[in-house]
Design a protein around this ligand. Sequence first.
Ligand SMILES: NC(=O)c1ccc[n+]([C@@H]2O[C@H](COP(=O)([O-])OP(=O)(O)OC[C@H]3O[C@@H](n4cnc5c(N)ncnc54)[C@H](O)[C@@H]3O)[C@@H](O)[C@H]2O)c1
Length: 241
Amino acid sequence: MADLTGKVVLVTGAAGTIGTALVAAIRRAAATALATDLTSGKGIDHALDVTAEADWVRVIAEIERRHGRLDGLVNAAGIVALASVEDTDFATWRRVLSVNLDGAFLGCKHSFPLLKRNGGSIVNVSSVSGLVGGHNLAAYNASKGGLSLLTKSVALHGARLQPPVRCNAVCPAFVEGAMVEEIVRTARNPEAARQRLDADIPLRRLGRPDEVADLCVYLLSDESAFITGADLPIDGGLTAR
Ligand SMILES: NC(=O)c1ccc[n+]([C@@H]2O[C@H](COP(=O)([O-])OP(=O)(O)OC[C@H]3O[C@@H](n4cnc5c(N)ncnc54)[C@H](O)[C@@H]3O)[C@@H](O)[C@H]2O)c1
């Protein structure tokens, strides 16, 4: 496990499957993890709707006041909509783009002033759906594809600074948890849908939230100091073929 001793890291979507694992992994790596999600409550330090610019301004100001520094940001908040381009209504398109892409843009933009003081690392939780298309993922594909190129632009901007701010995207295939359960539950034949999900992956299983979290911790740590602007698949070989 990489070491994050002394670092302060902000996580969005921290009540979710991957977010919960991330907060635990960041704390195991000896950093202060600031957990945020739509509503505050058990395990959530700050309410932060990633689509609301005023929330970002408030939370970043609070972090500056309480901690005086920010070393890492993980943009993990995200939503999925299963629909083809024909079946996606405009409101759904806008909602998915807003959470998955506007949210990460606002996060990068408003955390930068604190991150660049001491140098830092941003991890955007993208998806294999940011690398390859799916017939029924029109809005999700567009949001995660956009997130990959936003990542590269942020990385190139941050590379011009001294000390640098790095930015990378992790691209998981399906991960065990709420999002997958929902997809299986709403399928016409849940049992067949479940088997198809596993069978699509060369390693014949879904990812685990802790595997994604450990990759994020590595990217947040100084051990990955020469990695920036990358899309890192964590997909059991799905995008290898
Ligand atoms: N689960 C998977 O199979 C999978 C695969 C690839 C990528 N991802 C990506 O990983 C990230 C986390 O997914 P997950 O599986 O943990 O999903 P999840 O549904 O378990 O958690 C998502 C979290 O985001 C929060 N959220 C939604 N809208 C928000 C908003 N406007 N502001 C702040 N928080 C908001 C939700 O409250 C929830 O806690 C997402 O970006 C998702 O696209 C997930």
